[in-house]
Design a protein around this ligand. Sequence first.
Ligand code: BES
Ligand code: MN
Ligand code: MN
Length: 456
Amino acid sequence: MQVWNDYLSQNKQRFLDELLDLLRIPSVSADSKYKGDVARCAEAVKQAMLDAGADKAEICPTSGHPIVYGEKMIDPSLPTVLVYGHYDVQPPDPLELWHSGPFEPVIKDEKIYARGACDDKGQMFMHVKALEMMTKTNTLPCNVKLMIEGEEEVGSSNLGKFLEDNKEKLKADIVLISDTSMISMEHPSLETGLRGLAYMEVEVTGPNRDLHSGVYGGAVANPVNILCKMIASLHDENNHITIPGFYDKVQSLGDADRKALNEAPFDLSDYKKDLGVNEVWGEKGYTTLERTGIRPTLDVNGIWGGYTGEGAKTVLPSKANAKISMRLVPNQTSDEITELFTKHFQSIAPDYVTVKVSAHHGGEPVVTPTDSVAYKAAAKAIQTSFGKDPIPTRGGGSIPIVALFESVLGLKTVLLGFGLDNDNIHSPNEKYDVFNYFKGIETIPYFHKYFAEMSK
Ligand code: BES
Ligand code: MN
Ligand code: MN
């Protein structure tokens, strides 16, 4: 629509400057030393909602970081879109690998570099700016509610209760989220699924204290060696996961669905080149797109034990630890997989060590429908702004709250993400292309328009 194009082109620089201001706030949810900054960021989001024309915006305290809720209700007989996003970010370390400060955003080669640029401040803020565009031009076609949380990166552990306690307030027809990626700007796509997560921590204990590795080495089991062996045994020679029962509930896709999934444009040699690897790795019998989209995984996320400081210290450590994540697909559940892992890991522990297994936060996998009005509205919005139909894809990441939107609020979700897989989210030098930011702001109002029209 011409009014939207005009509004966007007249306000581009300000839209960018406002995002940069938000990126300067180090809202790291995982680290309590940033608690004040997280609170400050919530205030900034609330103010941005009010500036965008929301009738109401409030900070909702939780036992962790606050949720920011805002709404613009124009007519109860019109559909309501509930926008979800998160203003918290991952810790920026390792700091020395950043080319510029993680909280000192810079624009280089038309890309915004900062922690949160893509995940999820940049993408969340597109919705605030899209709301502004619609309210200031008197063209808002439906009601909009925004729920922007501050604990997504630490498992959204207080958000489930917030949904339970605020069913009336959060009443809507659809949840709209921009926190996923597209294949590329030449090949716009819509994710139609997210993987679930089970996240474990293990501790292997050998002797009751650290020992001299010469005096005792060779005679007492080294827990680091044992842990490595145990972890190595969790995949077989075909890279299948060996935990008994692990695949029992995995929904396998029919040939037609697998074929469709593999028709998405994907260049293996570009993929390898981008990552600096000579070969890809994964479960035998599946393509790379299937390995990240429809198959479950098990990965060590961190491992420690013994001496890791400067120089060499000869020691046979008493303990070894690891953090292990499993990405889940329908119809695996986080509780079941947690239990299977725990039992199996205990059972493979040799007598010379003791093993402690504990679980961190998890989340359930989801698949979003492609035959719904909401999906069609999103596809048409992309067709309008990109001039191309979006390709449906299955995302590899997790947004645990999405399953709860359905089970607690009875709401389906549309994943209208504008990130790219190589945006370095959770890594040093996270970036978001300026083009994608504006493309998102341009596309979102069309979703509202088509969703309102097609819901009639
Ligand atoms: N936005 C991501 C999830 C994502 C990224 C989905 C790219 C699809 C494509 C989200 O912020 C995230 O990082 N989620 C975590 C899970 C959470 C429990 C910490 C994840 O996937 O590791
Ligand atoms: Mn995110
Ligand atoms: Mn994230």
